[in-house]
Design a protein around this ligand. Structure first.
Ligand code: NAD
Ligand code: ZN
Length: 251
C-alpha cells in the first residue's frame, strides 16, 4: 500500500467532520493485526473442522464438548491479545466526530477493551455465556473433568455468540439498520461482506444515501458500490484518517 497522504484523505476528513452521524461495520479483519485469525482467509484454523462446522447449533447439540473446546481455545487466544492501532483510532472517532456508532460482527470484545463508547455487537461476545434453554446469562462457567457447564434450569451453557443459522439479537440488528439508514458516512472495515444479514448494512447505507468507505486489503462484493475504497490494513489506514481529521480540525 502506498502511504496515504494528507491530500488523499482530506476530502474524507472534511466529509466526516460535516456528518451528523457516522457509522461503521467491522469484521474479523480489524482484529487480524492483533493476532486474531479471520475465518475465510485461513484454512484449517483449528483441528480438522471448519468454523462453519463448529459455530452452529447442530454441532453443539451433537457434540457440545468439541464446540466448547474450540470456543475455549478461541476465548483464550482472544483474551491474550490487545487492541491494535485500528481499534484505537476508532475510539478516537468517538471524540473527533459529532456522533459515531460502531457496529461489529466480531465477538472478540476488542472494541470494548479499546474503549469505544457505542459498540453494537451483532454476533454476540465470546467473553459471555448464556443458557441454551432459558437464555439466562451466566458469569462464570466451570469445566470439571468431562462435564460441561449446566444452568440451574438443567439447560446447557454455551458461549453468547450467534451461530450460523441463528437469528441476530433483535435490538442490535434494529439499531444497526437505523444507523445504516441515517448515517451520512458509513465505513465497512475488515469484512468480506459475505455473512448476511450484517453484510447488507453497507449496501443499505449506500441505498439510503450515505457516502460508503471500504477499508480492506482485498476487493470484496462491496468494492464496486463503495464511494471510496482504501486498500490496505485497517491498523494503518484508520490511524491515518484520525490524524488527518485532527489536522483538518487544527488540533
Ligand atoms: P470476514 O467475513 O469479516 O472477513 C475478513 C476480512 O478481513 C477479509 O475480507 C480480509 O480481506 C479482511 N482483512 C484481512 N486483513 C485485514 C486487515 N489487516 N485490515 C483490514 N481488513 C483485513 O470475517 P470472516 O473471518 O470471514 O468471519 C465471518 C464471521 O466470523 C463474522 O461474523 C466474523 O466477525 C466472525 N469472526 C470473528 C472474529 C473476531 O471476533 N475477531 C474472528 C473470526 C471470525
Ligand atoms: Zn437455563
Amino acid at each position: 500500500m502506498a502511504e496515504l497522504s494528507r491530500a488523499d484523505l482530506q476530502p474524507l476528513a472534511e466529509r466526516l467532520l460535516k456528518a451528523d452521524l457516522v457509522g461503521a461495520l467491522t469484521g474479523a479483519g480489524v482484529s487480524k493485526e492483533s493476532g486474531v485469525p479471520t475465518f475465510r482467509e485461513a484454512d484449517g484454523l483449528w483441528n480438522k473442522f471448519r468454523p462453519e462446522e463448529l459455530a452452529n447449533v447442530d454441532a453443539f447439540i451433537s457434540n457440545p464438548k468439541r464446540v466448547w473446546d474450540w470456543y475455549n481455545w478461541r476465548r483464550d487466544l482472544m483474551g491474550k491479545v490487545d487492541p491494535n492501532p485500528g481499534h484505537i483510532a476508532l475510539v478516537q472517532f468517538d471524540s473527533l466526530l459529532e456522533e459515531f456508532v460502531l457496529v461489529t460482527q466480531n465477538v472478540d470484545n476488542l472494541h470494548n477493551r479499546a474503549g469505544s463508547a457505542n459498540v453494537i455487537e451483532l454476533h454476540g461476545n465470546i467473553e459471555r455465556n448464556k443458557c441454551h434453554s432459558c437464555g439466562r446469562f451466566v458469569d462464570e462457567v466451570v469445566f470439571e473433568k468431562d462435564t460441561l457447564p449446566k444452568c440451574d434450569c438443567g439447560g446447557m451453557i454455551r458461549p453468547d455468540v450467534v451461530w450460523f443459522g441463528e437469528m441476530l439479537p433483535e435490538q442490535a440488528i434494529t439499531t444497526a439498520w437505523q444507523v445504516a439508514e441515517k448515517a451520512d458516512v458509513f465505513f465497512s472495515i475488515g469484512t468480506s461482506a459475505a455473512v448476511y444479514p450484517a453484510a447488507a448494512l453497507p449496501f443499505e447505507a449506500k441505498r439510503a444515501g450515505a457516502y460508503v468507505v471500504e477499508i480492506n486489503p482485498v476487493p470484496t462484493e462491496l468494492s464496486r458500490v463503495a464511494d471510496l475504497v482504501l486498500q490496505g490494513p485497517s491498523g494503518e489506514i484508520l490511524p491515518r484518517i484520525a490524524d488527518v481529521i485532527r489536522e483538518v480540525k487544527g488540533e
